[in-house]
Design a protein. Structure first.
Length: 472
């Protein structure tokens, strides 16, 4: 699809939505797999003046009900399967306009016979244009509102960081409903580049070989799949691949090393951001548990502050705060005062940062992940890093649970995934931790599982019940 075809299709779909009763400010849910229809539907909603709500088309019923109940979409463009789940919603939350996109005729049937001109819609750069729901890994999902201005700021920064000059092409095998993927989509489109969207990694491998893009977008789990199952396919990309961006979760030192071995001449970028903002990029040469923020969006002020909001000094740790253009407008349903406070004072990310003597910020995990064992603080990332350095361990997660012996209120527990064919007894891992950690940071017990529960973008679900629910 050319730019002209995308523009024509989006305008025609916008006209159809307006003819069916969609008005500026209405919410439009887009529940489509990766592909051209998704891109066209999102652009059409924006052109029609709607607030677009990108939704994973495979979202489970309870999560879909939460989103629909929260933002009350007036319309939806969706797959037939998603339409069936929309029919099961409470009538008060169910969209009244539903357009179904079939795999066989994703756009032709929707746009057949549609003509006419699209009336200009009121609004400005600061108008809310999307509501993107967070993964909910730390609580009930919130609707993050972005404006035209905030999306464009993040996309422009990404394009400048990658030095994008057409012809340039990126393969995106990840869900475009996620802000991480959508920012890269915008960056390439606004740079006049080519975007190859595939519905999944396997389809992406075929397109890599066929279309030979210079850039590839991944999450850590996708890296692991490629390196462990399709390393030869990845190595075949050396002739054309120049850039890989790996985001949404920390890329381990082990995976980073393997990726560099497979593609020694490819630049690896590790973006740091949240659904609320694209913040910057991390130094990939640093260890995973303490990577420095070496590039930040020029429109954002990034600071490390104490609980009172004061900047911390060199060597001190605090919370990363971001403020400026590129930050979300606010959360859907939040009071006007909360939005004003966000615009005036900035957003506390919940991420821990430490400032060095040069003023650089090092990421040190999440504030809400700090565990309290017998009155002493333990950060799970530190323990997990040590565990993951054992040659038998593929990945691990550390959490707390009530101490059955009653010695302390809670005890430290580690959940471990071993590498294929590897073995390591609890005693071996215990000795390994004792060698590298202070006594209060050594797990009291180890559990073995086949895989850790994660979000769709690869973040570990750290709630104890989620991590260890199948541990036995």
């Amino acid at each position: 699809m050319t730019f002209a075809e995308a523009l024509d299709g989006s305008q025609r779909l916008a006209v159809k939505l307006r003819q069916l009763g969609l008005t500026p400010g209405d919410r439009l849910a887009v529940m489509l797999p990766n592909g051209l229809p998704f891109v066209v539907a999102v652009l059409a909603g924006i052109m029609a003046g709607a607030i677009v709500v990108p939704v994973d088309p495979r979202l489970r019923a309870s999560s879909l009900a939460h989103i629909a109940g929260d933002c009350s979409p007036r319309a939806a463009v969706c797959t037939p399967e998603a339409a069936e789940r929309l029919d099961e919603l409470d009538p008060s939350d169910r969209p009244t306009i539903v357009l179904i996109s079939n795999a066989n005729d994703p756009l032709e049937r929707l746009l057949a016979g549609v003509g006419g001109n699209l009336d200009n819609t009121d609004g400005d750069d600061n108008s809310v244009v999307t509501i993107t729901y967070t993964s909910g890994s730390t609580g009930v999902p919130k609707g993050v509102m972005h404006s035209h201005r905030s999306w464009l700021a993040g996309a422009d920064y990404t394009a400048r960081h990658f030095h994008l000059v057409p012809p340039c092409a990126i393969l995106i095998p990840l869900g475009l409903y996620h802000g991480y993927a959508f920012r890269h989509l915008l960056a390439y489109l606004l740079s006049g580049g080519t975007v190859i969207v595939t519905d999944g990694l396997m389809d992406g491998l075929e397109r890599l070989d066929r279309d030979r893009p210079e850039a590839l977008l991944l999450v850590p789990d996708a890296c692991a799949i490629l390196l462990h199952g399709f390393r030869s396919c990845l190595s075949d990309c050396r002739d054309f691949l120049k850039l890989i961006s790996v985001g949404t979760a920390a890329l381990s030192d082990d995976l980073l090393g393997q990726l560099r071995d497979a593609l020694p001449d490819v630049d690896i970028h590790l973006p740091y951001g949240l659904t609320e903002a694209r913040v910057g990029f991390l130094q990939p040469d640093d260890r995973a548990e303490g990577r420095r923020l070496t590039s930040t969006a020029p429109t954002l002020d990034v600071r490390v502050v104490d609980p009172a909001g004061r900047d911390v000094g060199p060597g001190e740790t605090g919370e990363i705060l971001i403020h400026g253009e590129g930050l979300m407008v606010g959360y859907w349903g939040s009071a006007d005062q909360q939005r004003q406070d966000l615009a005036q004072f900035g957003f506390r990310t919940g991420d821990r940062g430490r400032v060095n003597d040069c003023g650089e910020i090092t990421l040190e995990g999440r504030l809400d992940e700090i565990l309290n064992i017998g009155g002493r603080k333990v950060h799970p990332l530190e323990v997990e890093t040590v565990l993951n350095q054992h040659p038998a361990v593929a990945e691990s997660a550390v959490t707390t649970a009530p101490d059955p012996a009653g010695i302390t209120e809670v005890r430290l527990e580690a959940v471990v995934v071993l590498r294929p064919g590897a073995s390591a007894s609890e005693r071996i891992l215990l000795d390994h931790c004792r060698e590298h950690l202070e006594p209060h940071k050594v797990p009291a017990v180890f559990f073995y599982v086949d895989q850790l529960p994660k979000t769709a973008t690869g973040k570990i679900l750290r709630a104890p019940s989620r991590i260890v629910e199948d541990r036995d």
